[in-house]
Design a binder for this molecule. Sequence first.
Ligand SMILES: Nc1ncnc2c1ncn2[C@@H]1O[C@H](COP(=O)(O)OP(=O)(O)OP(=O)(O)O)[C@@H](O)[C@H]1O
Ligand SMILES: [Mg+2]
Length: 364
Amino acid sequence: MMATSDAAEPILVLRQIVKSYGGSAPAVGPVDLTVRKGEFLTLLGPSGCGKTTTLHIIAGLLSPTSGTVLLAGRDVTGIEPPKRDMGLVFQNYALFPHKTIFDNVAFGLRMRKVPKPEIHQRVTEMLGIVGLPNVENRLPDQLSGGQRQRVALARALVIQPTILLLDEPLSNLDAMLRKRMRYEIRDLQQRLGITTIFVTHDQDEAFEMSDRVALLEKGHIAQLGAPEDLYDRPVSRFVAEFIGDANLLPGKVVGMTNGLVQVNIGKDGNFSATDTTGSLKAGDAALFMIRPERVALLHASEAGALQAKVLKRVFSGELINLELETTGGAKITCSKPSLPQYRDLAPGHDIWLRLDDGRALKAS
Ligand SMILES: Nc1ncnc2c1ncn2[C@@H]1O[C@H](COP(=O)(O)OP(=O)(O)OP(=O)(O)O)[C@@H](O)[C@H]1O
Ligand SMILES: [Mg+2]
């Protein structure tokens, strides 16, 4: 059942999951996904791509139109949420406004008829773990947004769920707190060893927190892999553009050598590239991709270098972003650390560049 031998045990499997609301295309699916025990997996994608729908199907809050949800090998497709042992943090926290923080966190334990002294001990301990001691008697609106977020996390974790499901839990927080909470949640997840499925539309958040990322496009998984895989070997234009910045130059495959494809990008000539899907052949239309930080700048000509002019220079503090135009007419963005040798590159400046180690993507 599992794809690779080094992979940990699968804990959750989605098999051919489809959710249709009656429109021409289903909102989600068909989706196949295997989540490994203990991993932090993120569903990433633009608004409306089906992240919440997929998460709610996993939680049991929505029934799929077709397909199967397997939890630890057991078919749970028709099983209601409380019997799935999943802890869910909603997009808007959904705390009970008239219950105290203690009662909010204790809720799932009371539902499960856990004895009173144990409830007290577990709630107190969990509030300590999320960094919120001494707020038991307050109401949710007497806490800050970040604190409420932690209460929602504590409420989901206190039942010791098999899987923790988080739907954009950081979206209501300011930028600073948002960043700090990324590390806190990741740290907590690793300390508890809890399998976590996280939903976000923020690529940085997904990359900094996850073991693997599933990038969704219109209800489908466009690509699933470690952050490095998605960044270094995007399989399509959508992935290349959603993840980071990319130079994408339209061209044509003109040959293959040593496992690399040669892509002709017009007047600037041919460049060798790794074929990210392994299915390109001579004659195919392709996109030559190179990330801005991989564009090498030279101050003098050398074999294989392209001559270019600086069109624009943008200083962002830590980076210098340069817009270049080659003699062949290709527009290329290049980003360099903000060091003196790059700060002087004003518009009009002549420069040479190399486009080594590019990628060849299917044109689409
Ligand atoms: N009850 C519903 N009836 C009809 N269409 C729905 C329903 N719920 C969701 N959809 C549609 O399904 C698609 C996926 O919605 P979903 O909420 O899963 O997106 P999302 O990726 O979570 O987006 P966001 O980032 O905005 O939260 C959207 O096109 C949405 O309009
Ligand atoms: Mg959503």
